[in-house]
Ligand binder design. Structure first.
Ligand SMILES: [Mn+2]
Length: 228
């Protein structure tokens, strides 16, 4: 089976409960659509578990992007984005819940920090997966600067991690193509905490970190929904 979840945001206990609930085996595949880190208190624990599983495919979210910018600078002396002043980059990240991520990294043995950073820097930008007659395009947020003429590889990381898609807009005319995205909590779309299907868009961030929110997981083979 192929499963997808998103926006775990450091909620390690919910993540482990979900793996038990779906009985994830080595024959299954699990896509995680970004925002593993920040806000919740055990983001590094989630990353360490994901790293041990070759059948988990991570896709980058805006929180990984913010974290990588700062952590690369701290631990590697590298700056991927020199357009933003260092203080502003750190301030923005901390405002967005980076404290637990930085604390988790600080606790890691030196070599493991680099292993986790390397792992995060290899997160995919987006991925299209065929399941039966359907194609699921998995991405953190959606497609900013969308154009029917563009290929998936034409979008930049910033196009893919910050966008707020229009739930009523069909981005791909072919109705066998679905976009599966996190980033925009479902309560901000319809007030609920369940997966939303709308015009070929599937929103799976059910607000795991928020009060009253849930971690959701969708099975792409059966379209069965799981919640913790
Ligand atoms: Mn996000």
């Amino acid at each position: 089976m192929i499963y997808v979840m998103s926006d775990i945001h450091g909620m390690y206990d919910k993540y482990i409960k979900m793996l038990d609930l779906i009985e994830l085996s080595g024959d299954d595949e699990l896509y995680i659509l970004g925002d593993v880190v920040d806000r919740g208190d055990k983001p590094v624990e989630v990353l360490l578990d994901m790293m041990k599983r070759p059948n988990v495919y991570p896709i980058i979210g805006n929180h990984e992007l913010m974290a990588l910018n700062v952590l690369d600078m701290m631990f590697n002396g590298e700056r991927a984005d020199v357009s933003v002043p260092v203080e502003k980059m750190i301030e923005d990240w901390l405002k967005n819940g980076g404290a637990y991520t930085i604390a988790g990294f600080a606790k890691l043995p030196h070599s493991e920090r680099y292993d986790v950073l390397d792992y995060m820097s290899e997160f995919l930008l987006c991925e299209a997966v065929d399941v039966g007659e359907k194609t699921f395009i998995m991405v953190h947020s959606g497609f900013d600067n969308f154009s029917h003429d563009k290929k998936l590889s034409d979008y930049t990381v910033n196009d893919l991690v910050w966008h707020r898609p229009d739930p009523d807009f069909r981005y791909f005319e072919d109705e066998s193509i679905y976009i599966v995205a996190g980033h925009t909590p479902t309560f901000t779309i319809n007030g609920g905490n369940s997966i939303i299907h709308s015009s070929g868009n599937i929103f799976i961030d059910c607000g795991a970190w928020y009060d009253g929110g849930r971690l959701a997981c969708l099975c792409l083979d059966t379209m069965e929904e799981f919640y913790v």
